[in-house]
Design a protein around this ligand. Structure first.
Ligand code: SF4
Length: 283
């Protein structure tokens, strides 16, 4: 059994979700592998690989039909709706001077722009390859992340790693993972609007540096914050949005998937959509 099949089996996913050969031929890692293979054999015929399924990916669209067509679901997650923000986030965001990557890391590590600096163990800047073409954005550090200084660790992080691996993505090379907030809210409460406003400039600068081809918002809170909407994650999934001009796909937070195992299949559908959108955007 292949590595991907083993990972999918652990995730409770069926073999029908195995990635198709050739889907990722435009990804830099794949291109690099192909170039290395060609250099060794000097006889590789790239045209043997079938193209990615030609299903048309809609341009930026708010149409609910895509979600129904792709996932055949409209169920809302079991999570309760968030409290409405006290003020529109966009009106209160704080501008930051443009910083180089090392400066940005130092600025975040020392940041005291909001009250969360008083309760954090350490800041959680992000992890992965700053040159990656995929960027995954979650909500905020949890207890384990706060202790280790890395996003998406523990069981949720392991599940995310497995899903990425099953999709042919290396968590250290192919993606960069960050959160909306760089410090843990006490007790894992929802971030407050003023905390989001204070921290948002760091995320914008991370996106500016990375210049991802695709953003995946993980979880209801990240999706609602980035898209400035109160729509449920069930309504936001299955569509192609944009954030800072970058295509954005919404999926569930892996911590939610640990509590709601049946929705792993929906998360895999989201990842399939993300792959298609990535391929289209990379062309
Ligand atoms: S959450 Fe963001 S703005 Fe608040 S202290 Fe941490 S790094 Fe600074």
């Amino acid at each position: 059994m292949s590595r991907a099949s083993q990972l999918q089996q652990e995730m409770g996913l069926g073999p029908t979700w195995l990635p198709r050969d050739g889907w990722f031929e435009h990804h830099p890692a794949q291109i690099q592998r192909q170039e290395m293979r060609a250099a060794v054999t000097d006889a590789v015929d790239e045209t043997d690989a079938p193209p990615l399924a030609a299903a048309a990916i809609p341009a930026v669209s708010d149409s609910p039909s895509l979600a129904a067509a792709i996932t055949n679901q409209a169920a809302e997650p079991a999570e309760p709706p968030p409290p409405p923000p006290d003020a529109p986030i966009a009106e209160t965001r704080i501008e930051l001077p443009r910083l180089e990557w090392p400066q940005l890391q130092r600025e975040v590590a020392d940041c005291q722009r909001c009250r969360l600096c008083e309760t954090r163990t350490q800041t959680v800047f992000g992890r992965g390859n700053p040159q990656a073409r995929w960027m995954l954005i979650g909500e905020a550090p949890g207890e384990n992340e706060d202790k280790q200084g890395l996003p998406f660790v523990g069981r949720a992080g392991q599940l995310l790693d497995n899903m990425l691996a099953a999709a042919g993505l290396d968590r250290d090379q192919d993606v960069y993972i960050a959160n909306v907030l760089k410090c843990r809210p006490p007790g894992n409460r929802n971030p407050a609007p003023d905390e989001i406003a204070a921290c948002n400039g760091y995320l914008l600068q991370q996106i500016h540096h990375i210049q991802p081809t695709l953003i995946v918002a993980l979880g209801r809170f990240a999706a609602q914050t980035l898209l400035e909407t109160a729509d449920s994650i069930g309504r936001l999934r299955g569509k192609v949005h944009r954030y800072q001009g970058v295509p954005l796909v919404v999926s569930y937070h892996p911590a939610y998937l640990l509590r709601n195992q049946p929705d792993k299949a929906k998360a895999w559908q989201d990842l399939l959509l993300a792959r298609k959108v990535f391929r289209q955007a990379a062309n």
